[in-house]
Design a protein around this ligand. Structure first.
Ligand code: SF4
Ligand code: SF4
Length: 671
């Protein structure tokens, strides 16, 4: 129990630090409000649920870095429990005779949890401090070739030390306070650890034990209030900004589905993001939620292969910029350019493969990929500054409706087949539209996939048709390269074509996951709904329904499947290709990085059309090495871009494996 003077001093502390915290928290939320759009708050109960689930599960951190994650569980759950502990401690200190939950079953559990969580938090924080300052874990560092603002270079260790010591002292003194209380009141079997330590104070007088408790109470709770105004400036803000960020995350049809720019509103002068305030509110929110764990960096193919890009560094740079400019931004002052000034280098924005691994892995729901894509939009639409090789792809899409810039007949791939591949004009009553894609139409490797797919459809007796020369690029590469206007034009053209042939009332199958994702998830923003499936999904259906018979006496070969980013992470399909391959007689071996944790082939995000940014190794070579290390003879793919990249890597490796698409393998297994 506090004395009356202590109570007055405590209330004074609450008023002073509470007022200061009101100001800094207002700065934080006002700086977020400088972004575009509004934070999502529809379907509020679902959002609250996802925030709670995200907090309790810690955003699925256990999937990677298991040991560290276990320690983090202890610290995070303990700190959440301490919200209740702090509240009850304040009430006990201020209100005479207040004891809650009391000496009953609930009280026993409360004291037991308090005891155990205190120990878990203290051990966890000591582990984290040793990991950062003693062991200097490389997972916590950012490579020298990545842009990291000098403020962050100095600020990350300082911030980590402040936060670590704050938690250690806060929880440590509260725990110590309990030991003094137990020394005064007698042992408590529901606080076994505190009771054990309380023996240290057995020789002290009751007055000295009481002083010990008072000092600990003040240090434990005084620290909280002293720290409160600093919260928005520290990475400890992730404690509440993380769950809030998960809860308010934009609802997307797929993990990486982009939002269209509005070209019809003439009052809009800025397309894409040049400054922090050009980003959306949720993208600014991301920076406050970032825990600086570098998990996204570990998963990023660009970073792993030595490029200048680290999605973690991007969020951290935004965070330190906000920290320095929070008051200015809150008061409406202009901000600086993201690119070059502080957030990211130019090479880094062009190194992103849009694989969405950074989004998938982030425990607090951050989406750094969209910042990069918005910066690309600014570079292309506002500055007209982009890698020169992309000009060829843009011109090809603009003038010839394909990024290859090919003028040939889009049906030439089907000429060598011994049956006719009908166009929609020839077969207007088709059941399924086969969307061949530009790769299938023009790239020699992908043409083989298209032929295999046509053979399967023909054999299974599927009533299908193709668009032939009426098919045009979906615009995926233009969009990922920042040319949203070109994408918009291509999307409009395709939607019109598809509607004209009644494809919105039928089914579409695509052998390219990029086409699949764009038509299925992004054309919807233009009020166009199409039922579109990946060829592996249709193959699975055809085999299951008995329409497609596969040889039973296949020679069993060992194969490994490379999950295409746009089929796996973007569309959530992992099983259909594996099933089709297994049914074709292959024995599946998994690479270490598979399914959600798969590693990009290096072609996505319009990388296909440009030189890879400078780094240690090509993304495709890194992935191919992994495939080869499984010992499998066959490397199976489900995307023409992946097939092209893996085939090139295979040639470099001296034809070590056979690289084939799922469709080719199934076609070979046809009975
Ligand atoms: S989308 Fe992929 S390549 Fe781009 S930043 Fe994220 S992890 Fe890296
Ligand atoms: S963006 Fe997410 S995954 Fe990356 S460092 Fe921040 S919290 Fe970690």
């Amino acid at each position: 129990m506090l004395t009356n003077i202590e109570k007055i001093l405590f209330l004074l502390l609450v008023v002073v630090t509470g007022s200061a915290a009101f100001v800094t928290f207002r700065f934080m939320f006002r700086s977020i409000g400088r972004g575009n759009g509004v934070i999502a708050r529809d379907a509020i109960w679902d959002r609250i649920k996802s925030g709670v689930v995200g907090t309790v599960s810690q955003g699925g951190i256990i999937n990677r870095r298991q040991t560290t994650s276990l320690f983090h569980f202890g610290v995070a759950w303990g700190f959440i429990f301490y919200l209740l502990v702090n509240l009850l401690d304040i009430l006990e200190g201020l209100i005479d005779g207040f004891i809650f939950p009391g000496d009953n079953a609930v009280g026993n559990i409360y004291r037991l949890l308090g005891d155990l969580f205190s120990v878990a938090v203290i051990i966890g924080v000591v582990y984290f401090l040793i990991r950062r300052f003693g062991a200097r874990d490389p997972e916590l560092t950012v490579r020298d070739n990545v842009k990291l603002t000098p403020k962050a270079v100095k600020g990350i260790p300082r911030d980590s030390l402040i936060v670590g010591l704050f938690i250690l002292l806060h929880v440590g003194f509260r725990f110590l306070g309990q030991t003094f209380l137990i020394a005064q009141e007698g042992s408590d079997s529901w606080q076994p650890v505190a009771t054990l330590i309380s023996n240290l104070w057995a020789g002290l007088t009751p007055a000295a034990q009481d002083i010990g408790w008072h000092v600990c109470w003040w240090l434990a709770l005084g620290l909280i209030f002293a720290f409160l105004p600093y919260f928005p400036y520290s990475k400890h803000a992730h404690l509440f900004m993380g769950p809030l960020n998960i809860a308010t995350r934009p609802k997307r049809r797929a993990l990486g589905a982009m939002e269209p720019l509005n070209f019809e509103d003439e009052s809009i002068e800025q397309f894409g993001a040049a400054r922090l305030t050009d980003l959306s509110e949720t993208q600014i929110f991301d920076a406050y939620a970032c825990i600086m764990c570098n998990r996204c960096q570990d998963a990023c193919p660009a970073y792993v292969t030595g490029k200048e890009l680290s999605p973690a560094a991007l969020e951290i740079n935004k965070r330190f910029y906000l920290k320095a400019k929070m008051a200015d931004l809150a008061s409406g002052k202009e901000d600086e350019a993201l690119l070059l000034d502080y957030a990211i280098s130019e090479s880094a924005i062009w190194a992103c493969t849009t694989c969405a691994a950074c989004i998938e892995v982030c425990p607090v729901g951050n989406e750094p990929m969209f910042d990069i894509l918005n910066m690309r939009q600014n570079q292309v639409l506002m500055e007209s500054t982009f890698p020169n090789e992309l000009r060829g792809a843009f011109n090809g899409m603009e003038r010839l409706a394909n990024p290859w810039g090919m003028t040939e007949d889009r049906m030439s791939w089907a000429e060598s087949l011994d049956f006719n591949v009908p166009t929609v004009e020839e077969n207007p009553d088709y059941e399924i539209l086969y969307w061949v894609g530009c790769a299938g139409a023009f790239d020699p490797n992908a043409q083989e996939i298209a032929r295999a797919m046509a053979k399967i459809l023909h054999t299974a007796g599927v009533n299908f048709a193709v668009l032939g020369n009426n098919e045009t690029c979906t615009g995926d590469s233009a969009r990922r390269a920042g040319n949203e206007y070109l994408f918009f034009e291509m999307a409009m053209m395709n939607i019109e074509t598809l509607r004209a042939i009644g494809a919105d009332k039928k089914r579409i199958v695509a052998t390219c996951p990029h086409c699949l994702h764009t038509i299925g998830n992004e054309y919807t923003d233009f009020d166009a709904q199409f039922e579109i499936v990946h060829h592996s999904q249709l193959l699975e259906e055809l085999v299951a329904s008995g329409r497609l018979a596969l040889k039973k006496d296949q020679i069993l070969e060992e194969a490994t499947f490379h999950d295409p980013c746009y089929l796996g992470r973007h569309m959530g399909e992992y099983d259909a290709p594996r099933d089709a391959l297994a049914k074709s007689g292959l024995v599946m071996l998994e690479m270490n990085r598979n399914r959600e944790n798969s590693f990009c082939c290096g072609a996505g995000g319009a990388q296909m059309w440009k030189e890879e940014e400078h780094g240690r190794v090509a993304v495709s070579a890194d992935r191919f090495d992994e495939a080869q290390s499984t010992g499998a003879k066959v490397l199976a793919t489900g995307c023409p871009f992946c097939a092209i990249m893996m085939k090139d890597a295979n040639i470099e490796a001296g034809d070590a494996m056979q690289v084939k698409d799922v469709a080719q393998i199934v076609a070979e297994a046809l009975a």
